[in-house]
Design a protein around this ligand. Structure first.
Ligand code: NAD
Ligand code: MG
Length: 393
């Protein structure tokens, strides 16, 4: 029986790579659900190819256009839109695996619903763990859902951890390419344009995560993601810059052994690992040739040019609502930078200011240690408003 798969974010970089994994292993998967925001022509092509039972387009006008198109071609795929449609998709369509590939907190409700339903979830949408790590981990424990990381670093750590026990872990090493500005001076970074920030040296990804890689906020989010996925104290999670992106991350065990997972930087590998888990099937990507590799470099990150990393550690230690404030402020600041309302070097200090005022504010916008989803979404909305205010002064 093929695995029945729902792909949330099917028009994005992760979603398209997941469909390419499915194309390469046609007997293994049946695509039963697809979801995206608004690119209805793209999803119409996907529907004609994969014949899912249901699709969601969050944008109602795009959903209407898609419905018309599917009527014309006689498709029996149902189209849902509206506030609860993403959650409805993972709750109502029979499936074995959900790929959480929506970008940002927009992916949280459906990812959490999939976890609550006890499904196996391939998690690319790191923002849902950053915002609601405690809720997600508790929900997974209650429902026996399996959370399989898709983020390449966390997939590498997951695989490396198979060679030891939790109490034997000394340290997790998250590798980072360093992003497009690794060798730029602060002065050059000050005038960086969105197109510069989007030019990632080793990975081809969606716009938001590409800019997060340029500020290294992506690695800050990944520290928080690792804390929740692996239950490791943030002080034992270290970031190492490795520009070639060959070692995807490492685990140091207490006997002195370091176990790493390696490969070419190709997201189809960690996506396929999660989709075919617990098996390893033949992958379609190019293989790593060590003799052509010549060298691998490692260096410490520069805290002066990349203050996001310290912030990531701090927010990981705090837990509670701090991740929701950090994430929403960052999503809003990245948007402001993409729309050229703020400069590149303003992104992280603005986010830091919002996190600080969250920590010093009284309720309802202040810090709470064990928030529910309603509280987290209120903090998210508050942090977005705070960034909007910073951008207008
Ligand atoms: P992307 O921008 O290429 O794609 C985002 C997808 O989310 C699109 O399909 C879009 O339609 C959908 N989406 C956005 N808002 C939505 C909404 N409100 N309702 C329904 N769908 C919505 O982004 P991406 O690079 O594929 O990243 C997706 C997630 O995976 C992010 O959380 C990112 O951090 C993570 N991730 C990506 C990569 C990568 O290589 N691209 C690597 C590791 C982790
Ligand atoms: Mg990553």
């Amino acid at each position: 029986m093929p695995k029945r798969v729902i792909i949330l974010g099917s028009t994005g970089s992760i979603g398209c790579s997941a469909l390419s994994v499915a194309d390469n292993l046609p007997d293994e998967f049946e695509i039963v659900g697809l979801a995206a925001e608004s690119r209805w022509q793209r999803i119409a092509e996907q529907v004609e190819r994969y014949h899912p039972k249901a699709v969601v387009l969050s944008d109602p006008i795009s959903a209407e256009n898609l419905t018309e198109r599917l009527c014309e071609v006689g498709s029996d795929t149902v189209v849902w839109s509206g506030a609860d449609a993403l959650v409805r998709l993972v709750e109502e369509v029979e499936c074995d695996f959900v790929l959480a590939g929506i970008v940002g907190v927009a992916g949280l409700p459906a990812t959490l619903a999939a976890v609550r339903r006890g499904l196996t979830v391939g998690l690319a949408n790191k923002e849902s763990l950053v915002v609601a790590g405690e809720l997600m981990v508790r929900a997974a424990a209650n429902s026996k859902a399996r959370l399989l990381p898709v983020d390449s670093e966390h997939s590498a750590i997951y695989q490396s951890l198979l060679s030891g026990r939790h109490e034997e872990i000394e340290r997790l090493y998250l590798t980072a390419s360093g992003g497009p500005f690794r060798t730029w001076t602060a002065e050059q970074m000050r005038s960086a344009a969105p197109a510069d920030a989007m030019r990632h040296p080793t990975w081809s990804m969606g716009p938001k995560i590409s800019i997060d890689s340029a500020t290294m906020m992506n690695k800050a989010l990944e520290i928080i993601e690792a804390k929740w996925l692996f239950g490791v104290d943030p002080d034992r999670i270290e970031v190492v810059v490795h520009p070639e992106s060959i070692i995807h991350s490492m685990v140091a065990f207490r006997d002195g052994s370091i176990v790493a997972q390696m490969g070419r930087p190709d997201m189809r590998t960690p996506i396929q690992y999660a989709m075919t888990h617990p098996q390893r099937l033949t992958g379609c990507g190019e293989r790593l040739e060590f003799t052509q590799l010549q060298r691998m470099h490692f260096e410490p990150p520069d805290p002066a040019r990349f203050p996001s990393l310290r912030l990531g550690h701090e927010v990981a230690r705090l837990g509670g609502t701090a991740g929701a404030a950090l994430n929403a402020a960052n999503e809003a600041a990245v948007d402001a930078f993409r729309n050229e309302r703020i400069g590149f070097l303003e992104i992280v200090p603005m986010v830091e200011d919002v996190v600080k005022s969250h920590l010093s504010a009284d309720q309802p916008s202040g810090f709470e240690a064990h928030p529910d989803l309603t509280t987290l979404m209120a903090v998210d909305a508050w942090a977005r408003r705070a960034i909007a205010q910073c951008c207008t002064v």
